[in-house]
Design a protein around this ligand. Structure first.
Ligand code: CTP
Ligand code: CA
Length: 228
């Protein structure tokens, strides 16, 4: 029994996770998106389920199979992701934001495909800022333990710590390595208010499922000790 409990450190916990990119429509056939594959988020959803959690996965447009036993909600845009996450966030114990949410969307959506129509000048698109889903969940009174992800092209630890403070998070996870989007292996940097820790500890790259299992074990430890 003790071994079984140790292997399921998230038993009885509900975990909500966002994954993948979002797609912000310009017209019926075009949009703005990014190169997030969703693999890391789906791997974490699977690892959390294996660890005993009841898992809700809110996924942007990706072509990945739903991990066994995971409840999945598909969305397309950042606003749809926000509207899927916010009403149920407070009913979860842990929120893991792996999604690469588009920061901006076209300010207006054209109902028809935008045509060249022999125009001499290329169109200019005005953008509006999308809601920050993670910051909104982290601000909920009595809300879940929030884990952010930071994808940076430089100064990872500094930017990660700045986001930790700005979004008021107990933990943020940085992607080590230059181009982790879409790759099968990865390494992470865990940043909290006091400490910085590499995962794996030696900073080597491992496959995303192995990494996800180690991260979930680390999150479970921290959730168990968490005091708001
Ligand atoms: N995030 C979110 N909603 C947004 C933007 C980001 O939930 N509209 C979450 C991401 O899922 C990630 C964390 O916030 O967990 C950090 O995302 P990131 O893009 O690195 O940070 P930003 O605050 O958007 O800052 P910037 O892109 O300028 O670095
Ligand atoms: Ca961003």
């Amino acid at each position: 029994l003790i071994a079984a409990l140790a292997a399921k450190p998230l038993a009885g916990r509900r975990l909500l996770i966002t994954a993948g990119p979002t797609f912000e429509a310009i017209d019926p056939v075009r949009g703005i998106t990014n190169l997030s594959s969703g693999k890391m988020g789906f791997a974490i959803a699977r690892a959390a389920r294996e660890a005993g959690a009841e898992v809700t996965l809110v996924a942007g447009p990706v072509h990945l199979d739903t991990p066994r036993g995971v409840r999945r909600i598909d969305v397309r845009s950042a606003r749809q992701m926000h509207d899927a996450v916010l009403p149920q966030a407070a009913a979860h114990d842990v929120f893991v934001a792996t999604a690469a949410v588009a920061d901006w969307r076209p300010a207006s959506l054209s109902a028809q495909k935008i045509k060249k129509d022999g125009k001499k000048i290329a169109p200019i698109f005005e953008l509006s800022e999308n809601p920050d889903i993670l910051a909104a969940v982290a601000a909920l009174p009595g809300g879940p333990y929030c884990v952010g992800f930071a994808a940076e092209s430089e100064k990872l630890e500094q930017h990660a710590r700045e986001k930790l403070r700005r979004k008021k998070l107990p933990l943020i996870v940085g992607n080590l390595g230059p181009a982790t989007f879409g790759r099968d292996d990865n390494a992470l940097l865990l940043v909290d208010a006091q400490t910085t820790q590499a995962l794996p500890a030696d900073g080597s790259a491992v496959d995303k499922l192995t990494l996800a299992r180690e991260l979930v074990a680390e999150i479970a430890r921290r959730v168990a000790q968490w005091q708001r």
